[in-house]
Design a protein around this ligand. Structure first.
Ligand code: XLS
Ligand code: CA
Ligand code: CA
Length: 440
């Protein structure tokens, strides 16, 4: 069989001292960390769009990376992408993948021809999944690339466009079920606005909810028992995306009675675009019982774009894995590398180096997070900081026994309470974090 990533064997774990660029230093798939194998704790997934399709095109220049995998006929190119994807997952020990409908098969002139292309390629994917023992993490529909979606899909001002998007999503859900995926993502590609001067925001948001309800109803009717996800993002491509951040999305889902079927798929770079840390977005989701899955990547501090870089910042990966562990770990979700190599990193080896970097960064993050929790200093500091809620007036507030009048009486009797305040010890805690990170 043709080899696409030539000269690259299976990437092995060689430990932190290894200088072999084609080895893992921290990711040891079958090692038990925190009671589970690393591969089960991390559930790494390959993003089909960036890895198999993205060619480095940006708004200033054409592609630099040829991703036709030696073929020229459109369907042959997409079959070659499938073979190359599974070869790569096998070599990297990545157990899952994620796709949009249009990543796996090229869109044709008609919807019905596009659908039969999807049937053909999904048969091939199904065979390859069995051969390589790989799973689909989630599927989705690309309802943002084609010109018909210039004003949005579920929030389009035109009902025909809404209907077309629904048809595309129906098929993408069928493919997800066919391939055993346990997740289905709604990322609001162009579900937002450029100016309120031409926008009926109320109708657009209600229509988005209508589309999601129809999707849930249909998916459940054909046996989908996984989770739906909304992936928050504040802007890009539209100036304002409706699914702005975790808090906004949770409010929308609850208002529309969708919170039982949906969770959040949180992307690091989208968090930073919203002016939040990655950990903030994860913490909001965890606190609200809505944590689902992760799109792992990072942005650039100096570029305000969705740069989708492979994640290498260990503070971020450690605090992310801390939130994942505190959420009880992944169930249906996982860690999808929604990341691409830089435009100047255009060779097949660059893809392998990039995944190794991202996987090692998260493996190290997992190791640090487990140490943070086992060390206990940070968790016990936090519980001590809130200890006044465990008894006395704090417990009475929580139980509902103390109301405004009782609290006034308490405050009058107590007098000034500034002396009850304790230091937040931020710098001490940051140093605890450093000492744990660098004692590995
Ligand atoms: C784009 C999004 C997209 C979703 C899936 O910014 O990250 O790739 O993850 O549609
Ligand atoms: Ca994403
Ligand atoms: Ca992104």
């Amino acid at each position: 069989m043709k080899e696409f990533f030539e000269g690259i064997g299976k990437i092995a774990y060689e430990g932190p001292k290894s200088t072999n660029p084609l080895a893992f230093r921290y990711y040891n798939p079958d090692e038990i960390i925190g009671g589970k194998k690393m591969r089960e704790q991390l559930k790494f997934a390959l993003s089909y769009w960036h890895t198999m399709c993205g060619d480095g095109t940006d708004m200033f220049g054409r592609g630099t990376f040829v991703k036709t995998f030696g073929e020229s006929e459109p369907m042959e190119v997409y079959k070659a992408k499938a073979y190359a994807a599974f070869e790569l997952m096998d070599k990297l020990s990545v157990d899952y993948y994620c796709f949009h409908d249009r990543d796996i098969a090229p869109e044709a002139e008609t919807l019905s021809e596009s659908n039969s292309r999807l049937d053909e390629i999904s048969d091939l994917l199904s065979d390859l999944m069995k051969k390589y023992d790989k799973k689909l993490l989630w599927g989705t529909a690309n309802c943002f690339n084609h010109p018909r979606y210039m004003h949005g899909a579920g929030t389009a001002p035109n009902a025909d466009v809404f209907a077309f998007a629904a048809a595309q999503i129906k098929k993408a859900i069928e493919l997800t079920v066919k391939l055993g995926g346990k997740g289905y993502v709604f990322w609001g590609g162009r579900e937002g606005y450029e100016t309120l001067l031409n926008t009926d925001m109320g109708l657009e948001l209600d229509n988005m909810a209508r589309l999601m309800k129809m999707a849930v109803e249909y998916a459940r009717s054909i046996g989908f028992d996984g989770d739906f996800y909304v992936e928050p993002k504040p802007k890009e491509p539209t100036k304002h995306q409706y699914d702005f951040d975790s808090a906004t999305v949770i409010g929308f889902l609850r208002k529309n009675g969708l919170d039982k079927d949906f969770k959040l798929n949180i992307e690091a770079n989208h968090a930073t675009l919203a002016g939040h840390t990655f950990q903030h977005e994860l913490r909001v989701a965890r606190t609200e019982g809505m944590f689902g899955s992760i799109d792992a990547n990072q942005g650039d501090m100096l570029i305000g774009w969705d740069t989708d870089q492979f994640p290498t910042n260990i503070y971020d990966t450690a605090l992310c894995m801390y939130e994942v562990i505190k959420s009880g770990g992944f169930t249906n979700g996982g860690l999808n590398f929604d990341a691409k190599t830089r435009r100047g990193s255009f060779t097949p080896e660059d893809i392998v180096y990039a995944y190794i970097a991202g996987m090692d960064a998260f493996a190290l993050g997992l190791r640090v997070a487990e140490k943070l929790i086992a060390d206990g200093r940070i968790d016990s500091f936090v519980s001590d900081r809130y200890s006044s809620w465990n008894s006395g007036i704090g417990a009475d507030i929580i139980s509902g026994k103390a109301k405004m009048a009782e609290l006034e009486k308490y405050a009058l009797e107590k007098g000034e309470v500034a002396a009850s305040c304790k230091s937040g010890r931020q710098e001490y805690l940051e140093n605890v974090m450093n000492s744990i990170m660098f004692s590995l």
